[in-house]
Design a protein around this ligand. Structure first.
Ligand SMILES: Cc1ncc(COP(=O)(O)O)c(C=O)c1O
Length: 453
């Protein structure tokens, strides 16, 4: 708390009050700078207590799609709050939960007909893993216990979700709390695990998954992937052929496929769901983040009838024993329905496809800068992989000081970005305009032109 010259007390700032009691996610509380005191949001902008306007270039951790404080979403929330704020979802149901399930089943990849609600991305993954594991037990195939996950995966921060995420800085301290998982190559074309070039390869990286399935035979329960865009593990954009290949291999070896679309769902990759890029239906899909347009925490794990049917029995031990206090929260479901309405009214998918073209045109020329090793664009996500040297592709890891250095540089220009180490990405709400996108790209050009790694 700062005192004016006459010594009279001044109310502490929001950041000072925060510091007294709060503990932030992914934050080294000893060394991190003060948190940004955000007091208001509107469209693509956030406003700070001290009067700054920031363009939200990360959609507030990838959740926002229609812009902040949208009047129609606000109204849907207020209207639902005046009727029913929450009710237990074991033994009860309510209109928003039913309508949202109907609306989702109508747009999900065909065959995903059963909707299970939870609270966030990580819990949708926990639900998916438990569903798949018990699916096999309920059918007397107890040996199918093992999951295959991909290198560079990130599926969340709860124990099961961490288990199927890449063994990394994020998971290592908790290794004793995780279950063993088999890992297979992902199609990280810029750093191909087989040293091949995408222009001439035949998606040979898929053979690793085939090998693991072959070796695992009747012990594998399922394969979990982030379709088309592995996000926190490095913003890795896939060739659609890899995704199609995962489905083919799961079918061939008779195991279940889980698509974690927590980030990619609801248009982020230019299709409503990323699985559509390969025209496939997974056995189980995980949705969260943009499900409520970034308003409230809500998760959906949806499954096929075949998965659901394996739980139907007179034997009550075959029940899916999972639930959360806030399962199917009516406020969250009501906002999710309003968001789907807005999606149609605003032609959001076309907006994302236009944004994709705009990002490509603006970002590809940045590939000529000495520090830009790779430019990747998919849907509403533009990615620059930064390197110290283009031929060796040298780069520091997540803890490298480059990330915070860049974040500071952009912040001072009014652009909120959170690079993942050397991976700089731009993922704005879909309502961003061409001129706002151009402005953000110009900031990237200027900051990166001066950058030495
Ligand atoms: C693909 C994917 N799965 C799961 C999660 C975890 O979601 P949450 O942070 O809501 O728990 C994330 C979060 O970034 C994600 O990107």
């Amino acid at each position: 708390m700062t005192r004016p010259p006459d010594g009279s007390p001044v109310a502490p700032t929001l950041a000072e009050r925060d510091r007294a009691h709060l503990w932030h996610p992914y934050t080294q509380m000893l060394t991190a700078p003060s948190p940004l005191p955000i007091v208001r949001g509107e469209g693509v902008y956030l406003f700070t207590e001290d009067g700054r306007r920031l363009l939200d270039g990360i959609s507030s951790w990838w959740v926002n799609i229609h812009g902040h404080a949208h009047p129609k979403l606000n109204a849907a929330l207020a209207e639902q709050a005046s009727r029913l704020e929450h009710v237990v979802f074991a033994g009860c149901t309510h209109p928003p939960a039913v309508e949202l399930a109907e609306r989702l089943v109508a747009i999900l990849p065909p065959g995903l007909t059963r909707v299970f609600y939870s609270d966030n991305g990580s819990t949708t993954v926990e639900v998916a893993l438990k569903l798949v594991r018990q699916y096999w037990i309920n059918q007397g195939q107890d040996r199918r216990q093992t999951f295959i996950a991909l290198h560079h995966a990130y599926h969340g921060d709860t124990s099961g979700a961490m288990s199927v995420s890449e063994d990394s800085l994020f998971t290592r301290p908790y290794a004793s709390m995780l279950f063993p998982v088999v890992r297979a190559h992902s199609p990280y074309c810029y750093r191909c695990p087989l040293g091949l070039e995408r222009k001439s390869c035949d998606i040979e990286c898929l053979t690793d998954l085939a090998k693991q399935l072959e070796q695992g035979q009747d012990t594998i329960a399922g394969v979990i992937v982030e379709p088309m865009l592995q996000a926190a593990g490095g913003m890795i954009v896939w060739p659609a052929e890899f995704l199609a290949g995962v489905r083919r291999l799961c079918d061939r070896f008779g195991v279940l496929m889980i698509a974690d679309e927590v980030l990619t769902g609801f248009g982020r990759t230019g299709r409503m769901f990323a699985c559509e890029h390969a025209g496939i239906t997974p056995d189980v899909i995980c949705l969260s983040k943009a499900l409520t347009a970034g308003y409230l925490p809500l998760g959906v794990t949806a499954a096929t009838d075949a998965v659901y049917d394996a739980f139907l029995s007179q034997d009550r031990t075959k029940t899916f024993f999972h639930g959360h206090s806030f399962t199917a929260n009516p406020l969250a479901c009501a906002v999710a329905i309003a968001s789907l309405n807005l999606f149609q009214e605003t032609h959001a998918l076309e907006r994302v496809r236009h944004l994709e073209r705009w990002l490509r045109a603006g970002l590809e020329p940045l590939g000529a800068l000495p520090v830009v090793g790779d430019v990747r664009v998919i849907g509403g996500v533009g990615i620059l992989e930064l390197v110290g040297d283009k031929s060796s592709k040298s780069a520091g890891g997540y803890l490298d000081h480059l990330g915070p250095r860049l974040a500071d540089a952009f912040l001072s220009r009014g652009l909120l970005l959170r690079p993942l180490g050397n991976i700089l990405y731009f993922m704005p709400p879909y309502v961003i305009t061409e001129s706002e996108t151009d402005w953000a790209i110009q900031q990237m050009r200027e900051v990166l032109s001066d950058l030495r790694i």
